[in-house]
Design a protein around this ligand. Structure first.
Ligand code: SD4
Length: 300
């Protein structure tokens, strides 16, 4: 059996990796380790793009997106546009385990959270309110946003995506985020969508994304990279191939590729990561009791 491995997006992914690695090394299942790792980031008010303290949308409301997937059974669940629930990754797991569905949205997801005994709470912190106030889109005289839709502060949208391999050789993944800063009310990105922000199959590998969700959805990014591993590519080659798809889609639309990154983990415990040019993507990897930060290869 392979040594347990865990990989997570961005420097704050170190929090998830440290927590998750300890659980994996204690013999916990990949899904438990990935969710509890991600939850440590959701709970961290200093991470302004995930869970508590997450960045608000265009009208000042925090709407969270998340999904989970179990590589052994292909069980999966997601929630989108959820307000007032901090642990949306755990809520996505309840969708997977307690309902016949894979995705609940908005008020329905919030009612389901109440039914499942989750606490409703504010997701704002004094710092996140001040940050939103400083950078929010201002309405022009006709009430239209002065910032054209789709231009987002480049450093204020970061998702934690966590992929884990446990001691039994099983894979699982989690993706959780407050999404793009100042997104339109009701906008849903890639993060709660199976095949876009996350895909996991023990027979092929695990893949997850971060960055501008529309560009990830357009190419079904995580599905593409898991299928590449199924066809024999290494996790690194698979991530580069998914980024090449994002780049090619941008060329066809006559735009510059947006900031997008992927991470991957295969059943042998090999990892990979790649990002679009200029995305400056860092990710955390934990194995054999050690957690390290790496910089992904930019793929042009
Ligand atoms: C979204 N993919 O809502 C998320 C945001 C993100 O790094 O990952 N930012 O589009």
């Amino acid at each position: 059996m392979p040594d347990p491995v865990i990989i997570a997006t961005w420097p704050f992914g170190m929090t998830a990796v440290r927590k998750g690695l300890a659980l994996l090394e204690a013999g916990k299942a990949a899904l438990d380790a990935a969710i509890l790792g991600a939850q440590a980031v959701e709970d961290d008010p200093e991470v302004g793009s995930v869970g508590y303290g997450g960045i608000a949308n265009a009208v000042g409301v925090v709407q969270l997106d998340a999904c989970v997937m179990d590589g052994k059974t292909l069980g999966c669940g997601g929630v989108a546009g959820v307000e007032n629930v901090r642990h949306v990754a755990a809520l996505a797991r309840r969708v997977m385990e307690e309902t016949p569905h894979v995705l609940l949205v908005g008020e329905g997801a919030r009612l389901f959270a109440l039914e499942q005994g989750f606490r409703l709470d504010t997701l704002h912190t004094p710092e996140s309110i001040a940050e939103w106030e400083k950078s929010r889109p201002r309405a022009g005289r006709e009430g239209r946003d002065l910032a054209p839709e789709g231009t987002f502060p480049s450093d204020s949208h970061d998702t934690v995506t966590v992929l884990a391999l446990d001691q039994t050789g099983s894979l699982a993944g989690v993706c959780t985020t407050s999404g793009l800063a100042h997104k339109r009310h009701g906008r849903v990105g890639d993060s709660p969508l199976i095949g876009a922000g996350l895909y996991v199959d023990d027979h092929a590998g695990a893949g997850g994304g971060t960055g501008v969700g529309e560009e990830i959805v357009r190419v079904c990014g995580s599905m593409v990279l898991v299928e590449a591993m199924r066809a024999g590519k290494s996790p690194q080659e698979a991530c580069e191939l998914a980024i090449a798809r994002v780049n090619a889609a941008a060329v066809r639309r006559g735009v510059h590729p947006a900031r997008v990154a992927f991470i991957a983990l295969d059943p042998k415990g090999r990892t990979g990561a790649a990002c679009t040019k200029g995305a400056k993507f860092e990710y955390a990897v934990g194995r054999k009791g050690k957690s390290e930060l790496h910089t992904a290869r930019e793929t042009g």
